[in-house]
Design a protein around this ligand. Structure first.
Ligand SMILES: [Zn+2]
Length: 401
C-alpha cells in the first residue's frame, strides 16, 4: 500500500532531520530555484502540453528530486529553522510543504475526473498523508524525547496519543465509508458474531478499484474496525470475502493489534533500559536507530505468528460452522482458495515474499497441513498464548526493575 511519492517525502524528511548542519550552504538563490522555479517550470510545461500519464510522472519526479536536492544538498530544513525555530514538528511540516503545493496544483489541473476536489483529496490521502503522518508522528516522538530527556513519561504520553488518534487516522485520512446493507454485509456480520465481536464496524476502503486488501484495527476498549477495499469486495466471490473476514476478525478476537502495540512499547522500554544499565554512551542517533530496528524486528516476528493464527482461525471457523470438530479439507481449501484469488488479482506470484505474512504458497501449505487436526488442539494457538504472556511479563518486569 506504500506509494512511491509518499516514500520519497518520508525518506527525505527522515534523512534531513538526522543532519547535523555543521556545513551549511548559504546560497538562497539556488534554494529558491530548486524549491520554486524548477517545480513551477515542470508544472507549467505539463499544463501547456498534452497531459499524458508519462509527462505527469516526469513532472512529479522533477518536483520531488529538486526538493530532495534542496533538502539534503542545500540545507533547506536549516533555513526553515532560522525562521520557525526548532518547534516540535512545525519546521518539518514547513520543510515538506513546497513539493506538496506543486503536486496539489499538478493533480488539480490534470484531474482525470470532473470532480477536481475529490481527485486532489484522493491523491493527497494516498500519496502524501498516509505515510507522511506516520513519519511525522515518529519524528515528533523523537523531538519530544530529545527536548524532555524523560523517556518513561514520553512513552506513556505517546501511548495515549496514539490510542486516541489511530481511529481518526483510519476514518478521516483513509477514504472510507460504511458498507451498504446486503447479503455481503450480513455474511461478514455473522463472521464477526462468531468471533465474539458484537458491534463490528465494517467499512469500505475506496481506492478507485486500485488496491485489493483488507485490514483490521481497534485496540482494547476501542471500536473494532475491519476495512475491505472496494476492489476486494468487487472482485472476490462472497465465500472468498467471508474467508478474508474470518482472518480479519481473528485479529480482533485474539486482540492482535493491542499486543502488537505492546510489543513495540516493550522493546522501546527495554532497549533504553539496557543502554542505560550497561552505561553505553551510545551516540544519540545510534540509540535512536537501535530502538527502531529492534522494535521493527520484534514487530515482524510477532506479527508473523499472529497472521498464522488468523489464517488458522479462518479455517477453524469454517469447520466449526459446518459442524465438524476437526479441520476438514473443505475448511482448509476455503482460505487457501481465497489467498490464491488475492495473489492472482493483485498480479503477484504465490511465491512472492511477504515479511509480515509469509508467501501465499507457504500459507496455503500450512493450511493444508492442518487437515485432520482437532479444532481445540492446534499448536499455533498455544504458541501465541505463550508469546502474549511473554510480552506482558516483560512489560511488568520493566516497571519492577
Ligand atoms: Zn492479517
Amino acid at each position: 500500500m506504500i506509494r512511491s511519492i509518499s516514500l520519497i517525502l518520508a525518506i527525505g524528511l527522515s534523512l534531513s532531520v538526522t543532519e547535523t548542519y555543521e556545513q551549511v550552504s548559504e546560497n538562497g538563490y539556488v534554494l529558491a530555484f530548486l524549491l520554486f522555479a524548477i517545480p513551477l517550470i515542470a508544472t507549467i510545461v505539463v499544463l501547456l502540453s498534452k497531459h499524458t500519464a508519462a509527462r505527469i510522472s516526469i513532472a512529479v519526479t522533477v518536483i520531488l528530486f529538486s526538493w530532495l536536492i534542496a533538502l539534503l544538498g542545500m540545507s533547506w530544513l536549516y533555513h526553515v529553522r532560522l525562521v520557525t525555530g526548532d518547534l516540535i514538528l512545525v519546521d518539518e511540516i514547513v520543510a515538506v510543504l513546497p513539493p506538496i503545493i506543486f503536486l496539489v496544483a499538478l493533480w488539480w489541473f490534470t484531474s482525470p475526473i470532473g470532480n477536481k476536489i475529490s481527485w486532489v483529496l484522493h491523491r493527497l490521502r494516498f500519496d502524501v498523508l498516509m505515510l507522511l503522518l506516520i513519519v511525522l508522528f515518529i519524528l515528533g516522538i523523537q523531538e519530544v524525547e530529545e527536548s524532555t530527556g524523560d523517556f518513561g513519561f514520553v512513552w506513556l504520553a505517546i501511548l495515549l496519543l496514539f490510542y486516541a488518534l489511530a481511529p481518526l487516522y483510519f476514518l478521516t485520512i483513509l477514504p472510507t465509508s460504511r458498507i451498504k446493507e446486503g447479503a455481503v454485509k450480513n455474511a461478514i456480520t455473522q463472521v464477526a458474531s462468531n468471533a465474539g465481536i458484537k458491534k463490528p464496524n465494517i467499512y469500505i476502503l475506496h481506492t478507485h478499484y486500485k488496491i485489493l486488501n483488507a485490514l483490521a484495527y481497534g485496540l482494547l476498549f476501542q471500536r473494532k474496525f475491519v476495512l475491505f477495499s472496494d476492489k476486494l469486495l468487487r472482485d472476490l466471490t462472497q465465500s472468498e470475502v467471508v474467508a478474508v473476514a474470518r482472518h480479519e476478525f481473528a485479529h480482533h478476537k485474539f486482540m492482535h493489534t493491542t499486543f502488537l502495540w505492546l510489543t513495540f512499547v516493550c522493546v522501546m522500554l527495554w532497549v533504553f533500559y539496557f543502554t542505560e544499565v550497561a552505561g553505553v554512551e551510545l551516540h544519540f542517533l545510534a540509540l535512536k536507530s537501535t530502538k527502531w530496528i529492534c522494535a521493527i524486528i520484534a514487530f515482524v516476528l510477532v506479527s508473523r505468528q499472529f497472521e498464522k493464527q488468523a489464517d488458522t482461525y479462518a479455517v477453524v471457523d469454517f469447520a466449526r460452522t459446518s459442524g465438524s470438530d476437526i479441520v476438514t479439507e473443505d475448511a482448509a481449501n476455503s482460505m487457501a482458495k481465497a489467498l490464491q484469488a488475492i495473489a492472482f488479482l493483485n498480479g503477484h506470484s504465490p511465491q512472492r515474499r511477504d515479511y509480515l505474512h509469509g508467501s501465499i504458497s507457504k500459507r496455503q501449505q500450512y493450511l493444508r497441513s492442518l487437515v485432520g487436526s482437532p479444532l481445540l488442539k492446534i499448536p499455533i494457538n498455544t504458541r501465541v498464548r505463550f508469546i502474549k504472556i511473554g510480552i506482558l511479563s516483560l512489560l511488568v518486569l520493566r516497571f519492577i526493575v
